[in-house]
Design a protein around this ligand. Structure first.
Ligand SMILES: O=P(O)(O)OC[C@H]1O[C@H](OP(=O)(O)OP(=O)(O)O)[C@H](O)[C@@H]1O
Ligand SMILES: O=c1cc[nH]c(=O)[nH]1
Ligand SMILES: [Mg+2]
Length: 216
């Protein structure tokens, strides 16, 4: 299942337009905050698909039968650019457990790259709902590698992916490798360059959020 959060007009498409805008991108704090806001909207939408239970809540005036989230999800982030998106998810799923995955593009001299997955910190995943934040779903290789790793760590019951911008080629790759995963994205673009950048996309989300890094 793929859900394009911009399909219906809402403030979200304005925030995605700001993420793309080379002028607005000069304001790094706004860039991060807009990623966070996409995470918040995605959290709200995903929350409508999770199980709830009845709870009797004592108020100062009586007892209210409330429906509350049955269990906490695991929020997993692909570093670096996933961090602000993750914060947005965490703002709403404020009691969630968290996982951090250092999957990044390790470049060869010829410009080609492989995904290097070096550090993972994660809670128990058995039968849990996992929501993975990765700002850009380009080729999809970071996410597929991340999901394969997490599946080896436990047996998650359900996996959601949240991306600010996804590319059709990458979505197809993720769907082929992981047919049961649900993908929530702020926008979907058609083109991917030979170097794996989404067009029109927004550029390098990690660099725009946190500054350029030396090539590894
Ligand atoms: O779908 P893919 O082709 O795998 O590309 C997407 C990944 O590429 C970027 O990470 P990058 O390696 O630039 O790391 P960064 O977040 O530290 O900038 C981006 O943040 C995604 O994690
Ligand atoms: O377009 C892209 C592709 C991968 N990672 C980014 O940050 N941007
Ligand atoms: Mg980057």
């Amino acid at each position: 299942m793929v859900i394009n959060l911009s399909e219906q007009d809402s403030l979200l498409s304005t925030w995605v337009s700001e993420l793309r805008d080379v002028q607005v991108q000069q304001d790094r704090m706004r860039f991060r905050r807009n990623l966070e806001r996409v995470g918040e909207v995605a959290a709200w939408r995903i929350s409508q698909h999770l199980p709830y239970v009845e709870r009797e809540i004592q108020t100062s005036m009586g007892v209210s039968n409330c429906r509350v989230l049955e269990e906490q999800p695991v929020l997993a982030t692909v570093l670096r650019a996933g961090l602000p998106l993750h914060q947005g998810l965490l703002n709403y799923f404020d009691k969630a457990d968290n996982a951090f995955i250092s999957a990044y593009r390790k470049h060869n001299r010829d410009g080609s790259f492989e995904i290097s997955l070096e550090y993972v910190s994660c809670p128990e995943l058995e039968n849990r709902v996992i929501i993975i934040a990765d700002a850009m779903l380009a080729t999809g290789s970071s996410l597929v590698k991340t999901i394969q790793y997490l599946r080896d760590e436990g047996h998650p019951r359900e996996i959601h992916i949240v991306s600010a911008i996804a590319c059709t080629v990458g979505i197809e790759y993720v769907k082929r490798s992981e047919p049961h995963v649900k993908i929530w994205c702020g926008a979907i673009d058609e083109e991917l360059t030979a170097k794996g950048y989404i067009v029109p996309g927004l550029g390098d989300a990690g660099d725009l959020a946190f500054g350029t890094k030396v090539q590894m």
